[in-house]
Ligand binder design. Sequence first.
Ligand SMILES: [Zn+2]
Length: 92
Amino acid sequence: MSYKPMISNVRKASSNDKEGLYEFIINLADGTECRAFFNRFPEWKMTNISRLQKTPCPVCRKDFICKCMESFKSELEQQLEEHQWFDKAIAE
Ligand SMILES: [Zn+2]
């Protein structure tokens, strides 16, 4: 797989702070937009991700629902950690 997602922005869509559950909208540099769900306890973990169908999938080029983004969960989690996107998104 040669596709490499690059996160360009993250914003909080909804949250349950008490339970540590968060929904983030993640924008990628290529224009792809994803909705991702996280559980922050005991540490940040992506529980689900799906592409918002605004632009075709950058991996399979479909413009309807597909599962491609799930393959990049760990890659995206790593970038979220490295660039402290969680803190930024929550602070907004
Ligand atoms: Zn796809």
